[in-house]
Design a protein around this ligand. Structure first.
Ligand code: ARG
Ligand code: ZN
Ligand code: CA
Length: 531
């Protein structure tokens, strides 16, 4: 019991609900910690980290996304089948990952967005693992029948985790039980208190009550999320993951004299429950309390801030503690199948879509025969061995593209379709449908295929050759206008490959050539210069 108490009771004091904090205070346990040798060690670790974080602040480069692979263990009551109470659905689980990404990413148009001058996008992303510890495909969701799931006892922390843990230095383990004792919504350990704990590798991670895991916002018609009314937007997990990344409560678990070791979170005193205006925003320690901070105790509905200082502290923790650094190493992110998840919108030779904007490409004889379209599901956590149906639902006259095909995605995240657009310019609309896309459960993807027309030499003196690489387009109207918009040439040609324009006698100028066919209009600029 005493061995356990050194670290764990401190954690109770710092992270758990008011019941625990108050009990600890009343019985003077925190005094006892100070006398305990582990407390001394803890102070050293803390000091070393704070020094690192300060220097980190000065040197850290911006705009680099850190990805954290996640496994979710659903420790459900054995009597509850899939979708019943503690055995929450995949959709509810994914809705939580989505919220983590919105909150840590300060995503515009979500509850996680804010306009506070110190409110930051942490550039930390979460990915449900698509590879298990042995490298096999996985959904990142692990369902385990567990009799102790209801009114889960903290004394069972280690035992419960022993049933299902994945290596804690490779995955953020999130255990979801039906409910936790003493009204606790969730809990986690600060890396700084774990660093010197011999138990660390057995208990590291986040534990959540199922009733607080996921977001009501993401529940679709016909779905039935098991969720509280007040703590309904997935912010408990955001708060606990904040602890997992070494953030303390904004009130420092004390009064005005105790800081949370973050400069841009205002000092405040004691716990705050609810949301302003009821109760109103307190003025404490000379400041308006930042009740929107995820590390306060306010209701889910009013959270939306991680500050720059908190961002720095979290990212510092991800470097400073070896067991956090291993989690986010590129090798581990790849090994857990998270390399492809989230974020980036386009690559050189591919298109990544999460919505239906159009994309302009050029087609013609020099164009890549095969064009790749890649989409992420709207959760942006990647597809996992799911079927995605690809169809071409509209195309230019004559293109004759035919397909309607089901493609099973691997665990890699993207659903990819290769299409040959041949030499038919015009508007193509592709549709991808999958059951993990939200309502509507499809994404339309428009490609505006432009003629790959070229002109050379450009600039030119008298003659310029227009290479019209469109064997399927005939005839083509060519119109040349000058800078003032005056048409200087206008003719139709049957030429399949090249047209020679003789512009001797025309003044030196920029000209615009317009290529007009029933399927497209294309423009390009030519420059006439007499040396
Ligand atoms: N560990 C805290 C508790 O159990 C989490 C509070 C999170 N707050 C929230 N609005 N979700 O009470
Ligand atoms: Zn907390
Ligand atoms: Ca502060």
């Amino acid at each position: 019991m005493l061995r356990f108490s050194g670290i764990l009771l401190f954690v109770f004091f710092s992270l758990f609900s008011k019941t625990f904090a108050q009990q600890n205070r009343l019985c003077g346990q925190d005094e006892l910690h100070r006398l305990h040798p582990e407390w001394q060690q803890l102070q050293k670790e803390r000091k070393a980290f704070n020094e690192f974080a300060t220097q980190f602040q000065a040197t850290e480069q911006t705009a680099n996304i850190i990805k954290i692979p996640v496994v979710v263990h659903i420790m459900h009551l054995p009597s509850e089948a899939y979708g019943v109470q503690s055995n929450i659905t995949d959709e509810q689980i994914r809705s939580q990952i989505e919220v983590l990404n919105e909150d840590f990413g300060k995503v515009f148009g979500t509850r996680g967005y804010n306009v506070n001058p110190v409110g930051e996008n942490t550039e930390i992303e979460f990915c449900l693992a698509t590879r298990d510890p042995s490298g096999n495909p996985t959904t990142g969701i692990n369902r385990v029948p567990y009799a102790g799931s209801s009114n889960f006892q903290l004394s069972q922390d280690r035992n419960m985790k022993d049933l299902s843990r994945w290596p804690v230095n490779r995955y953020l383990n999130i255990w979801v039980v039906k409910s936790i004792q003493s009204g606790i919504l969730g809990y986690a350990y600060l890396p700084e208190v774990m660093a010197s704990d011999p138990e660390r590798s057995f208990v590291d991670g986040v534990v959540m009550g199922a009733f607080y895991f996921g977001s009501r916002d993401k529940q679709l018609l016909g779905q039935n999320f098991y969720l509280s009314n007040t703590f309904a937007y997935g912010r408990t997990a955001t708060h606990e993951v904040g602890h997992f990344l070494n953030l303390k409560h904004t009130w420092g678990d004390g009064g005005c004299e105790i800081d949370d070791d973050v400069d841009d979170t205002p000092l405040c005193s004691g716990q705050y429950f609810g949301c302003p205006p009821s109760p109103s925003r307190p003025f404490q320690c000379g400041f308006n309390r930042m009740v929107e901070n995820y590390m306060d105790y306010s209701d889910d509905a009013c959270f939306n801030i991680f500050t720059l200082g908190q961002k720095t502290r979290m990212r510092a923790a991800l470097q400073f503690y070896p067991f956090r650094a291993s989690l986010v190493s590129l090798a581990n992110v790849a090994a857990t199948g998270c390399a492809d998840s989230g974020g980036s919108i386009s690559f050189a030779d591919t298109i990544v879509k999460i919505s239906g904007d159009s994309q302009v490409i050029r087609v013609g004889r020099n164009t890549e025969e095969v064009f790749r379209i890649r989409i992420l599901n709207q959760l942006r956590v990647g597809f996992n061995n799911e079927e995605v149906r690809w169809q071409v639902i509209s195309q230019p006259f004559g293109a004759g593209l035919v397909f309607d095909t089901l493609v099973r995605t691997s665990g890699g995240g993207f659903a990819t379709m290769n299409v040959g657009l041949a030499n038919f310019p015009g508007r193509y609309v592709f549709r991808a449908s999958a059951n993990t896309l939200r309502t509507p459960n499809f994404v339309d993807f428009r490609i505006e295929a432009m003629a790959a027309t070229n002109a050379y030499p450009n600039p030119f003196k008298d003659e310029i050759v227009l290479a019209i690489e469109l064997p399927n387009i005939n005839p083509v109207q060519l119109r040349v206008t000058d800078l003032q918009g005056k048409v200087v040439m206008d003719f139709t040609t049957e030429a399949k490959e090249a047209v020679v324009l003789n512009m001797a006698g025309y003044p030196d100028n920029f000209y615009l050539v317009t290529v007009i066919s029933p399927q497209l209009i294309d423009y390009f600029k030519i420059i006439k210069i007499t040396p």
